[in-house]
Design a binder for this molecule. Structure first.
Ligand code: SF4
Ligand code: FES
Length: 245
């Protein structure tokens, strides 16, 4: 199979001929190229198990995790995947085109600079603040609440939703689906001292209200996190509060 890879932020492409096997993932193919054909190829990974989010790339225009995507499934995915992003390169015949995820600066080949993505996390203070002194034993949270929280705590910050969201990049300061889903997660958390303040932080034109519900975020998320649902619920809650004032 010909694997075409973006070099120099899409200014040039390199083609590699790789003998692919049934069980090989896209990340395995990248290792094969780096170890056997071109050691200068740069890509990012850490866990190799769909946990760290760092191997997010574009495969034929589909935003995917390289470590979770079997090469043998690409053709099938081409027919069923729901969100294709604009590509700079051409997909080789019977091959595969790999490009860095968009909307983040390219450092080298498939490696992007995540700073703009994580900067917005900092602005929204996405960490548990905790109320007063911690209890002597563990905090107990009702099972239903844990299940609700888990929908959002499953996020691995891979930025695939950020790449696929048409509002990101169009609207300056829009935190994007992942950051808003995380913010909502802290609103839900019973350990938070002032949950409503969490909603208020993004109660802006460029916050909760900027989403146009394309729902690309939910479609591309490898962890089935539904940022669109979080945003919709946050808006309803804010609207109810406004109506009852
Ligand atoms: S919500 Fe999903 S797609 Fe977005 S950063 Fe989290 S895990 Fe990745
Ligand atoms: S290497 Fe960690 S998610 Fe792919």
């Amino acid at each position: 199979m010909i694997i075409r890879i973006s070099r120099d932020a899409g200014e040039s492409y390199a083609d590699y001929n790789v003998q692919v096997s049934e069980e090989m993932t896209v990340l395995d193919a990248l290792f094969h190229i780096q170890e056997n054909i071109d050691e200068s190829l740069a890509f990012r990974y850490s866990c190799r198990g769909a946990v760290c989010g760092s191997c997010a790339i574009m495969v034929n225009g589909m935003p995917l995790l390289a470590c979770k995507t079997p090469v043998a499934r690409i053709e099938e995915l081409n027919n069923v995947y729901e969100v294709f992003l604009p590509r700079k390169g051409e997909v080789p015949k019977d091959g595969m085109l790999l490009e860095p995820i968009p909307k983040l600066p390219v450092m080298k080949d498939l490696v992007v600079d995540w700073e703009p993505f994580f900067d917005l996390f900092g602005k929204l203070e996405l960490k548990l603040r905790g109320a007063g002194n911690p209890p002597e034993k563990e905090y107990l949270i009702a099972k239903e609440k844990v299940r609700e929280l888990e929908k959002y705590t499953n996020c691995i910050s891979c930025a695939l939703c950020w790449s696929a969201c048409p509002v990101v990049g169009d609207l300056k300061d829009y935190p994007g689906p992942a950051a808003l889903a995380k913010l909502y997660r802290f609103y839900l958390d019973p350990r938070e001292p002032d949950a409503l303040n969490r909603l208020a932080i993004a109660n802006q034109e460029f916050g909760w209200w900027a989403c146009d519900f394309y729902t690309n975020c939910k479609k591309v998320c490898p962890k089935k996190v539904p940022p669109n649902i979080a945003i919709g619920k946050a808006r309803s809650q804010l609207k109810n509060m406004e109506d009852n004032q």
